[in-house]
Design a protein around this ligand. Structure first.
Ligand code: NAD
Length: 335
């Protein structure tokens, strides 16, 4: 199987690519290697893929309309895992254009590439942030979610809506993956676990937003990557339950799906920090701060749809996942 993985130098992209390569798929990794965070970390992730049999890399911006059209036409991918995006809720407040370029224009290029080149299945990153300030817990795919509270979340919700139109109009099977706060080795330097671990090891203060009264469904990277690959493997033709004759034409002419991929075991931010302190062997200096614009107080994934569809549920206990991250961090940064 020939798979395009966009954002392959990213945190989730590297792990997904590793699974696909290990089982013998051909992976074309694409990334623009932007400097939103440490280019060195992206370079080192990519180095873990380069040279593996079946892997090739294309440095390209998904917003490059002509470049993307040419790539799709030349490569004829079987399936696409689209993870390249401008991530980050807080950054979106001051940098809206980066989100429109990568997440809206870029996503349009992905949809067009899939539509015109016979791609069998597009699995793309959405986000738990589409649930906004939803207070119905756990968050279910059956909840109507249309009040995002950051531009980042709005672009992810827009991706789901755009995917629906392509499934409906052009018969493109699409699956949106609502990831819930992903953490683990090779994780992003702009996210809490990385920032807290670094600061605590250096004896510097950490910013604890909403005075610690936040709840997050932290999900371990290996569980996310496994979930992505399991979803990718289910296509329209592989789904015995899918009958085009029975499909509701008002909804979609091809399978259009959205799944939560979360741990289904949310924890308080203060417990998360305690687990980091235990793993690091030092108490964190806490700087309690108010809630940040765009942040939601709690997330909690209902994963029954994912389990029913893939027979898979994320399962890594957070303290163990944190131990693994801290071990990686110490090894990678030699601290
Ligand atoms: P990441 O930033 O580590 O990876 C994204 C990669 O995409 C980066 O390597 C970046 O260089 C690349 N990229 C960004 N814009 C691009 C563009 N215009 N063209 C080509 N490449 C581009 O982020 P991640 O944590 O691996 O997230 C992957 C996806 O999952 C993103 O779509 C993100 O929004 C989504 N997501 C992540 C989380 C999480 O907790 N990590 C949660 C919800 C959703």
């Amino acid at each position: 199987m020939k798979v395009l993985v966009t954002g392959a130098a990213g945190f989730i992209g590297m792990h997904v690519s590793q699974i696909l390569l290990a089982r013998g798929d051909q992976v074309v990794g694409l990334d623009n290697l932007n400097d939103y965070y440490s280019p060195q970390l992206k370079h080192d992730r990519l180095a873990r893929l380069t040279g593996k049999p079946g892997f090739s890399f294309v440095k390209m911006d998904v917003a490059d309309r002509e470049g993307m059209a040419k790539l799709f036409a030349e490569e004829r991918f079987d399936r696409v895992v689209h993870l390249a995006a401008q991530a980050g809720v807080r950054y979106s407040i001051e940098n809206p254009h980066a989100y429109i370029d990568s997440n809206i224009v870029g996503f349009t290029n992905i949809l067009e590439g899939c539509r015109h080149n016979g791609v069998q299945h597009l699995a793309y990153a959405s986000s738990s942030s589409v649930y906004g300030g939803n207070t119905l817990m756990p968050f279910s795919e059956h909840h109507s979610v249309d009040h995002p509270i950051s531009l980042y979340a709005a672009t992810k919700k827009a991706n789901e809506l755009m995917a629906h139109t392509y499934s409906h109009l052009f018969g493109l099977p699409t699956t949106g993956l609502r990831f819930f706060t992903v953490y683990g080795p090779w994780g992003r330097p702009d996210m809490a676990l990385f920032l807290f671990t670094k600061a605590t090891l250096e004896g510097k203060p950490i910013n604890v937003f909403n005075h610690g009264k936040m709840v997050r469904d932290f999900t371990y990277i290996d569980d996310i990557a496994e979930g992505v690959v399991r979803v990718l493997d289910r296509t329209a033709t592989a789904d015995p339950a899918y009958d085009p004759a029975q499909a509701d034409p008002a909804r979609s002419s091809a399978p259009y799906r959205v799944f939560n991929i979360g741990n289904h075991a949310p924890i308080q931010l203060m417990s998360f920090i305690e687990a980091i302190e235990q793993a690091v062997g030092r108490e964190a200096v806490k700087n309690f701060m108010p809630m940040q614009d765009g942040d939601v107080p709690a997330t909690h994934a209902d994963v029954e749809e994912l389990a029913a569809w893939t027979d898979f549920r994320p399962a890594m206990p957070v303290p163990e996942g944190i131990q693994r991250f801290v071990a990686w961090y110490r090894d990678y940064y030699k601290v």
